[in-house]
Design a protein around this ligand. Sequence first.
Ligand code: SF4
Length: 197
Amino acid sequence: METTTPSITVTHVLEHLFCPRFTYFEYVLAMPERQEKRWKVQKGREVHLERTKVNKSYLRKKLNVVKREFDVPLADAELRVRGVADEVLTFEDGTMGPLDYKFAKAPKKTFRTQRLQCVLYGMLIERVFQVPVNRGFLCYTRDNYKIVEVPITARARTAAVQVVEEVLQVIEHGFLPLPTTQQNRCVDCCYRKVCIR
Ligand code: SF4
């Protein structure tokens, strides 16, 4: 018998990190997360505006970028992840990497979710374009377009694959995962009326 293997988006992985129960409500019970859709549309508009302000000579001189591609759809059946990268950069040495925009100030230490997003896009780029990827970048638009490098190491890849597996386990087996340990996240959550903690 033929089986269908679900794939998930990079955004779904981030939602799962926010709270694993998002995966359950959205995928198992098919309750849409409307807040996220609005956010995506908003982000799409802002990316178009902001990327024109990124210092092109910085990208070229400091990062040796020789080519930029915008809004690149990416998918890999083996990784079972898909998504659209804000930018895909090609470097002078032939390697490539993602550049993702964050409409915020740069944190002192980059958030795990943002690093993981970069790593997943990097892994997708590597598989789709068949070129080595060893770094990605985050651009913080509210911090004078500060660009922060995210190393895409073997360890980071393993951690990213583990989270993807966690998401797929919930979808495939349909169990209610443990809630987020950070109860402050429940205050504005769109699922708070149906979620019994
Ligand atoms: S109410 Fe809290 S535990 Fe439930 S889905 Fe929302 S964030 Fe997660």
